[in-house]
Structures are given as structure tokens and as C-alpha cells.
Design a protein around this ligand. Sequence first.
Ligand code: RIB
Length: 301
Amino acid sequence: MMRDKITVIGSLNYDIVVKIPRLPKLGENLLADETVFSAGGKGANQAVQASKLGVPVYMVGCVGEDAHGDFLLEAAEKYGVNTEYVRRCSEHTGMGLINALKDGSVFASIVRGANFAMAKEDIDKAQELLKETYLVILQMEIPQEINEYAIEKAKECGCKVLLNAAPAAEIPLDYLKMCDIIVVNEVEAGFYLKADVKNEEEARKGIAALAKAYETDIIITLGKAGAVVSEQGSVSFIPSHKVQAIETTGAGDSFIGAVGYALLNGQSLTKACGFATCCSAVTVCRLGAQDSMPFLREVEQ
Ligand code: RIB
């Protein structure tokens, strides 16, 4: 059987991005400059990026029976993501409340909503799909026990598993060891390592410790600095492309979707990270999450 698909099991969120000149102080009402409503959620964003690059992508998740749910399904489908495994449920669709500053930095709160209505049955229904899937991509915006179940099922079905361990939370070591690739940013790396990870040197030190503890390949993304990757114990630094960032929501998701695309096309993990930095460089130069992610021809240009 040809394994030519990426399956993303995870979140879909309706994002409200508020552009503000600075963070408000305690008790202050700060006037915002602009609001952008966009399709988001780490899962859906990663699915859309991989699909925009041209590989078959399936999304497994939950949205509400509300207008936000309609909006998210339309957005994913517009970019070619197959949504037949996204269930509609009675909870409200998940939401991302994102404060974006002028320098591109973001401060976000995520409302769990329908993402946390996901059940083991949603994974069981996708069993046949998993048998045709090369790479399963997961994040941490659905219940932990469903993620664990999904990892088990994906491994049973012979898939490669990439876990974007974000937002950071305690994960049993056995499940971390079952993953093939774990991706974290510098803040999440700090959580898992219980140590600061603020630059290349600290990331190189930290990644060696994570790779040894979890016995997997690891990527630590460092925002505009680049990324450090540990592939089979060999550590490399991938510098990012210098661009004028407008808004960074979804930049990490763009990177992960692109890594998935490149792996499916036979690249090594380290090479895939090089390609992925090109994608996320384009993403941060535009507004919103999914709309800002590039098609393959734009990355090549
Ligand atoms: O990674 C960015 C995403 O995280 C946003 O789209 C938001 O919805 C949260 O899931």
C-alpha cells in the first residue's frame, strides 16, 4: 500500500488577532489598532501548510455546529485539506485570542472548546486512513489521553509520528519515546528541560539532553534566530532567513507543515528543516495564520 498522505490529528481554532502598540498594564484599557479574524489552530495550520505545498493532507478533529466551525472547514478545504474526519459537535468551536505587537511578537490564550470534545472513536474512525498515512502530526491542543491513544494507533498502523509538544505540558515518557520527531520552540524546550533555552548554544546543549531522554529526533525552533535539529544524535543549526516580520502567528506551524511535506518527499530531517525555514520566512511577512502560508511556487521563488 502506498503511504502518500499526511494526517494531522489536532486543533482547529477561530483566531481573533488584535494588533496593539504594546501590552496593556494591569487594570488598563488599551485602544487596539486593528482586529483580524482568521482560521487557525495549530493542527489546522500545519495541515494547511503541508497541503499548500502540494501533498495529500487529512485533518482529524472537532469543531462546533456554529458559524466559526463552518468558517474553519471552508478555510481548510479551500487550501485542499480533506476534512471528512472533522466531526461537528455541540461544544463551541475552539478559539485563539492573540495579541500581536508591531515587532511581530504574539501573546496568545487558547480556548479549548470543541477540540476537547475529541474522543477515541474519532481516532478509531480514521484507522483505515492511518494505514495509508506516511506521517501523523500531533500537537497538544486536544485532550492528552486522546493524543496518547492517537500515538499508539499511529504506531500500530506503521506511521511515522511527529509531535509538536505545544502548548507545553507533562507527557508520559513512554509516549514521548514512541514519537519519531518532537518539535518545540524555545519556551516549550525550557519547560521540558527545566532550564533556559534562549540561544543557539543553550539549544544545542538542551537538544542533546532531550534526544537522549526521549530517544527521538528533536527540533528546537528559535524564532527569528533559526532552529536546532538533532537527527540520529547529530546536531545542526539551521539559521533563519532575514526578513521584515509583520506578524508571526502560525510561523511555527508553517515550519512544521513544511517539514512534513519535505519528509514525505524523501528529504532527511535536517534538509527538511532548511526548506521549512524558507516557508516560515514567507509566512511571517504576511498577516494571519493560514492565509499567510506560502504555496510551493512562492517558496521556490
Ligand atoms: O500556532 C498558532 C496557533 O496556535 C493559532 O492559530 C492559535 O489558534 C493557536 O492554536
